[in-house]
Ligand binder design. Sequence first.
Ligand SMILES: *Cc1c(COP(=O)(O)O)cnc(C)c1O
Length: 435
Amino acid sequence: MKLYSTNNKDLRVSFQEAVFNSLPADKGLYMPSVIPSLDTAFIRNIQQYSLQEIAFEVAHTLIGDDIPNGDLKSIIADAINFDAPVRFLDAETAVLELFHGPSYAFKDFGARFMSRVMGYFSKQGDQLLDVLVATSGDTGGAVASGFLGVDGTRVTILYPKGKVSKVQEEQLTTNGKNIRALEVDGTFDDCQALVKTAFNDADLNKVLRLTSANSINIARLIPQTFYYFWAYAQLRSQGISEVIFTVPSGNFGNIGAGLLAYKMGLPVKHFVAGTNVNDTVPRFLQSGSYDPKPSVQTLANAMDVGNPSNWVRIQDMFDNKVEELRSMISSYTYDDEQTVNAMKELYDKYQYIACPHTAIAYLASNQYRQDYPGTYASVFLSTAHPCKFPDAISEEIFSKIELPTGAEELAGKQKLVTEMSVDYDAFKSYLLANT
Ligand SMILES: *Cc1c(COP(=O)(O)O)cnc(C)c1O
């Protein structure tokens, strides 16, 4: 596999280089120089395969010989060790549940695969790989559990004090081993600024081998294609072949992976992006001009993104042609009140408890069906378990949530956390003193 930068299509780097760099120096994003097509016979018979078999076929088609087949199979067996079931709410509406991994959010797919790929490419005797990550809640938990115990790596997570939920905080702070949690007396933006400054700090880079685990890493995008193929396989085994996916979107990595799956030959009719009031992409699809705004806080806070970092990848896949983008992607925006009502409707109508992000996808999938009626399955993606968002869900509904396995033990575990101010020098001293 060779990758170019969206800012320089003549560039060619290896998969390994793209994984460790995360971003090209020209600040574009890495994309495969050629998007390969999956074997058509494989897609025709896709309902015969398991999630792991599908994941291997897709990853191998993309990555080629950069990871030998046996090793790639072990990476997948270890990383993708939980299901992503499609559940039907009624005859034509289904939800693809992506929260059955250890951190109860879809980010487990990306983080677990990336951590194992980084571990695989880190040779014995290499300097320890220091992963720095800022989180508003979900990313940190997935990265922590993804990297926990992966040889040759150490993770430092920065999260804003008092601004993550109880389950999220437990997932960040109870790991130990090669995972360190820093509770920053500031906002998520402060955490992100600390991490960014560290990456550009020459003193630190002399002593530490720093890398990032953010959602623009190509090794997080690839495994997110797996569950689109797997969802399609599940539909095919029910005799359904016409599908529209609706994706709750913030940084647009998840839907970007769906579009990559489509470009590899997955027969999807259309994609719908549901957003909260951070509506840069819906406005772009309407007006044709990209006009990012500062992010606004909402109940679906994992999607509070004013300038979605993966959007350039999506534009790149469609040669920056707005008309082509519009023919494949629609987008709808919802405010907090609509989100709360949707969670209630899902519960009243189907006894289904959804997180606020998932509820936004539900609204967008219904809206699209209203605007474009037809015979197809509407599959909306559920990106997190509702137990992670107690402040966004009414008490009545929240009390009915069945906790996923492991959630209760989590509460009993010891918290290991270091308090940190927003002062960069303090953060730098911490990193240098604890090598
Ligand atoms: C991260 C996240 C999203 C947004 O996904 P993107 O890939 O950034 O669009 C949506 N829902 C939940 C629960 C998340 O954690």
